[in-house]
Write a protein that binds this ligand. Structure first.
Ligand SMILES: Cc1cc2nc3c(=O)[nH]c(=O)nc-3n(C[C@H](O)[C@H](O)[C@H](O)COP(=O)(O)OP(=O)(O)OC[C@H]3O[C@@H](n4cnc5c(N)ncnc54)[C@H](O)[C@@H]3O)c2cc1C
Length: 279
């Protein structure tokens, strides 16, 4: 295979750069959750499992009304899922009162029992609307779900679909280590991307930086003829895969493909601009 990367750095949204003092600037500090089986398989296949530094199994929230204080959701190791998550929620008294816990738990029961079908059916509601429907006060949405909505999609509970929160909560509640977090032990381009490049190259593949795809050329039957890059070179292959972000891919979709239902769904997907400030 030939992997074409537009920029001069590996990693996309996990890219990082070294400044003149040798310090790393990351696009965003990345958490690896226990609920990511594919990424863990990737680490395993590359033989770099030891580069994930697992933290104790807790979710710690800053308290908006008590600056400097933190509220913990501790998941006990001895309990299986979902009991470890339920225990963590029940034991937390700073952010949720008992009536709020009960209302929240009742709200989650259909998600746990109904699974994916229930979760997808909540796509029409924002997080804020769903919480209000369960009778959960706006205070909880402000204290817990602003943080969770921003962490998942960089937007607020009155904009985010409840489906996103339920997908995450379902995974966290159904898998014992789903919400356990790990950090990489160094910069992603060096510690994760470079081993991927080495693996591809060891099998005869190529990774080319500064190779921006500019146009997807089609055959008469609508299949891909070639990729034309910004530097005018043309790549022909047996199979083509695009892993470009949605906003960029929308610009690359050939005119003939735009009315195909599969690609038409892209219209509704919009990216969220994110700025990362390093202090
Ligand atoms: C600030 C921040 C913090 C985040 N924190 C977390 C976190 O803690 N945990 C978590 O799980 N996720 C987190 N994410 C989300 C995560 O980074 C992304 O979901 C993931 O990196 C997306 O990977 P990707 O390969 O799909 O896309 P990208 O990483 O965007 O990769 C797409 C690649 O395509 C390249 N490209 C674009 N156009 C072209 C073209 N025309 N030709 C060739 N190449 C092209 C880009 O340069 C890029 O390298 C965070 C994201 C951000 C921005």
């Amino acid at each position: 295979p030939i992997l074409l990367e537009a920029r001069d750095v590996l990693g996309g949204k996990i890219a990082a750069w070294k400044d003149k003092d040798g310090d790393w600037y990351e696009t965003g500090l990345h958490i690896f959750f226990g609920a990511y089986p594919n990424i863990q398989n990737l680490f395993g296949e590359l033989g770099i499992d030891d580069r994930l530094q697992w933290k104790e199994h807790s979710m710690i929230f800053a308290m908006p009304n008590k600056p400097g204080e933190f509220s913990r959701f501790d998941f006990p190791e001895v309990l299986p899922a979902p009991l470890n998550g339920i225990w963590a929620i029940l034991k937390n008294n700073e952010m949720l009162t008992w009536p709020e816990k009960v209302k929240f738990a009742i709200g989650l029961v259909p998600a746990i029992l109904g699974g994916q079908a229930y979760v997808e059916a909540q796509d029409g509601l924002t997080v804020k609307e769903w919480m209000r429907k369960q009778g959960i006060p706006d205070r909880v949405t402000t204290e817990v779900f602003i943080a969770m909505s921003k962490a998942l999609n960089f937007i607020n509970p009155d904009e985010l679909s409840m489906q996103c929160i339920l997908i995450a909560l379902n995974r966290f509640l159904q898998e014992k280590h789903g919400s356990k977090m790990a950090f990489l032990d160094g910069s992603p381009p060096e510690r994760l991307c470079q081993p991927i490049v080495d693996h591809i190259q060891s099998l005869g593949g190529e990774v080319r930086l500064n190779s921006r795809l500019q146009k997807i050329e089609l055959n008469n039957d609508g299949t891909v003829k070639s990729f034309v890059l910004q530097n005018n070179s043309v790549i022909e292959a047996d199979a083509y895969v695009s892993a470009a972000p949605v906003d960029i891919f929308k610009l690359l979709v050939p005119e003939n493909w735009k009315e195909i239902p599969y690609f038409k769904k892209l219209d509704k997907l919009v990216g969220v601009p994110v700025i990362n400030v390093h202090i």
